[in-house]
Design a protein around this ligand. Structure first.
Ligand code: ATP
Length: 234
């Protein structure tokens, strides 16, 4: 479904990704794990058209994404739940959700999808007129996820959904990610919390300072000594 080949990204003179290749097949949850600064967010942002690609290719359902606008990429069925949620703090919950549907023109279907988001996240329904900035961290994560769903993605990119959340909430969010996957959404999950990510993913890649150093099924990664030592606390 998504193929990344030889992807390089530069920030001025600094190369953040040194030619990485990986793929996500339809129906999978694939995780990209790695430490702070490994290049995980850069990878997601390159897929979404938010940072320019220096070299290499990104294709989605056979179509080249490099050079398309972020808007065009959302329209093709990819949406991102960014690191740190990035909700619009001064907009209401409902307006945040509507922002997620900005590429769509079918107002009735948008309304129906919003009702579905409210069914999935009853807390958001209770607070639909509240300003997003006043929500708790967990509620903001749910709002960011709901907003991403409003574009009806086929591929959802999630950047560190566990960040800053209490363990109970992390489990809740991860279980929602699994539900979405069972309903047909393919997922690329970026995490520093390798423990949790490897619990729900099918396959994974390990990113270290801009290079993919390991890949495999979750079972293979969990048995790998390097993964155990560096990412699972021995
Ligand atoms: P984190 O979990 O901390 O976000 P990450 O794995 O997502 O880490 P990136 O944010 O992709 O890593 O960063 C990869 C490298 O690129 C780092 O060395 C970082 O300092 C650098 N970098 C990221 N964004 C920029 C930017 N806008 N300008 C310059 N350098 C950047």
């Amino acid at each position: 479904m998504l193929k990344v080949e030889g992807l390089r990204v530069n920030y001025d003179a600094i190369e953040a990704l040194h030619g990485i290749s990986f793929e996500v097949r339809e129906g999978e949850i694939v995780t990209l794990i790695g430490a702070n600064g490994a290049g995980k967010s850069t990878t997601l942002n390159a897929i979404c058209g938010l940072v320019p690609v220096s070299r290499g290719g990104i294709t989605f359902m056979g179509e080249d994404l490099v050079g398309l606008s972020p808007h065009g990429i959302v329209q093709r069925g990819i949406s991102q739940v960014p690191e740190g949620r990035r909700v619009f703090a001064n907009l209401t919950v409902e307006d945040n959700l509507l922002m997620g549907a900005y590429t769509r023109k079918d107002a009735k279907a948008v309304r129906r999808d919003m009702e579905q988001v409210y069914e999935r996240f009853p807390r958001l329904k209770e607070r639909y007129r509240q300003l997003a900035g006043t929500l708790s961290g967990g509620e903001q994560q749910m709002l960011a996820l709901g907003r991403a769903l409003m574009s009806r993605p086929r591929l959802l990119l999630m950047d560190e959904p566990s960040m800053g959340l209490a363990p109970l909430l992390v489990r809740e969010i991860f279980s929602i990610i699994q539900d979405l996957n069972r309903e047909g959404v393919t997922i690329l999950l970026v995490e520093q919390n390798a423990h949790m990510a490897l619990k729900i993913a099918h396959r994974g890649y390990v990113l270290e300072t801009g290079n993919i150093i390991l890949s495999g099924t979750v079972a293979e990664l969990l048995e790998n000594e390097e993964v155990k030592r560096a990412y699972l606390g021995g």
